[in-house]
Design a protein around this ligand. Structure first.
Ligand code: PMP
Length: 404
């Protein structure tokens, strides 16, 4: 059991009123709130040892470099990568996917080739592949899903051809909450030596991830969804693949030697980290991961499963409410529609009661098209959410329905 009272006190933002009501923050799939220790880690850096990393010959620079690299080690352990060389620090999930598309993709995708994604991808795992495929005269193919919001594995199998160069699929849908059977997809892809990228933006906050066990070739996630700062994220890649990939951005840090005639590149992971990185946010990410580890990923998963079950049952009791995304395996993300009330209006009316949910297409327009809708309302839960907050949301929804 989590000590929820203590956990909630760790997040200062939760202790406020919004529109005259205590804040109920249920938009965690968009970004999670930050515990005080993470905020402190940021101010400690700027107050105490702000300095550039890797190239300074003074005490502050050494301290910043040590802390910066400690995050890389913490990330390696968080996802169980086999070495820190496999952990590339990026701006976020979006940049990490673009990095792979522009390096691995540009190097390996040729005219007539194919990249496979799924119907439930976030735009950030669609557009980079469309861009590189358009440039190369290649094609993006899409795994279909069933009405519950699950990938139809047999249909996916049929999409694989000798021209398939990469498969990029989301671990957990930010709209439907579906936990995809990525291990099965990876196993199938590897029968044909096709590498697989897993978009972990929504799996990293909710349950334990082991990239070696999963055997994915790339795994990407964002710091800001795991209680860390924004503007910071991770690309994990298997060393053998990263070694073969050309650099992404050119500049300082990523070089070994530069002459006007020729440049040689730095070793992993620095080959992919041109320029001054996001030092303060990187350092604070370790604090966030330590915080998550202290509470325990299994405890977090259990608490959020309880919330999901509780909210699903409550929603099922509301006649005019329809849940979008009814997969057998889900995380604590629930999209829903209420007959006769536009999601945007619902969001506004809940906000008036201090309840923050998300409405719209959630950066997944093709998925909306699959369900024949424009958007949904979405409630998503994190470690600090409570059943009482769900009760309040449900009560407000009942009142709103009664008014319409
Ligand atoms: N993929 C998924 C599944 C997401 O939920 C998000 C964020 N909503 C992203 C990718 C993009 O993450 P970011 O904006 O942090 O780069």
């Amino acid at each position: 059991m989590l000590d929820l009272e203590k956990i909630r006190k760790d997040f200062p933002i939760l202790n406020q009123e919004v529109n005259g009501f205590p804040l109920i923050y249920l938009d965690n799939a968009a970004t999670s709130q930050k515990p005080q220790v993470v905020i402190d880690a940021l101010t400690d850096y700027y107050k105490g040892y702000n300095s550039n990393v890797h190239r300074g010959a003074h005490t502050l620079a050494d301290r910043a470099t040590g802390k910066f690299e400690a995050t890389r080690t913490a990330v390696k352990e968080f996802i169980n990568a086999s070495s820190t060389e496999e952990v590339i620090l990026t701006k976020g999930t979006t940049e990490a996917i673009n990095l792979v598309a522009n390096t691995y993709g540009r190097q390996n995708i040729k005219e007539g080739d194919e990249v496979i994604i799924s119907t439930m991808e976030h735009h950030s795992n669609i557009v980079p592949w469309q861009m590189i495929c358009e440039e190369k005269g290649a094609k993006v193919k899409v795994m279909p899903i069933n009405d519950d919001g699950e990938i139809i594995f047999e249909e996916f199998q049929k999409l694989i051809t000798p021209k398939t160069k990469l498969i990029s699929v989301v671990h957990v849908s930010n709209v439907l909450g579906t936990i995809n059977e990525v291990e099965k997809i990876i196993e199938e892809a590897h029968k044909y030596n096709i590498p697989v990228l897993i978009d972990g933006a929504q799996s990293s906050p909710h349950f334990n991830v082991d990239v070696q066990k999963m055997d994915c070739d790339f795994y990407v996630f964002s710091s800001h969804k795991v209680y860390g700062p924004t503007g910071m994220g991770v690309l994990y890649g298997k060393k053998a693949i990263l070694e073969e990939m050309p650099p992404f951005l050119g500049g300082g840090e990523m070089i070994k030697e530069v002459t006007f005639e020729k440049t040689t590149f730095n070793a992993l992971p620095f080959k992919f980290e041109a320029g001054t990185p996001n030092i303060g946010d990187t350092i604070a990410l370790k604090t966030a991961l330590d915080y998550v580890n202290e509470i325990g990923k299994d405890n977090i998963a259990k608490h959020e499963e309880d919330l999901l079950e509780y909210c699903t049952a409550a929603f099922q009791g509301i006649k005019r409410l329809k849940i979008i995304g009814t997969a057998k395996k889900k995380v604590s993300v629930i999209s829903f529609l209420i007959d006769g009330i536009h999601p945007f209006d619902l969001g506004m009316m809940l906000d008036a009661k201090g309840i923050a949910i998300r409405t719209g297409h959630h950066c997944a327009q093709p998925l909306m098209n699959r369900f024949g809708i424009d958007g949904t309302a979405r409630a998503s839960f994190a470690i600090y959410n409570t059943k009482e907050e769900i009760d309040q949301m449900v009560e407000s929804i009942h009142k709103i329905i009664a008014r319409f």
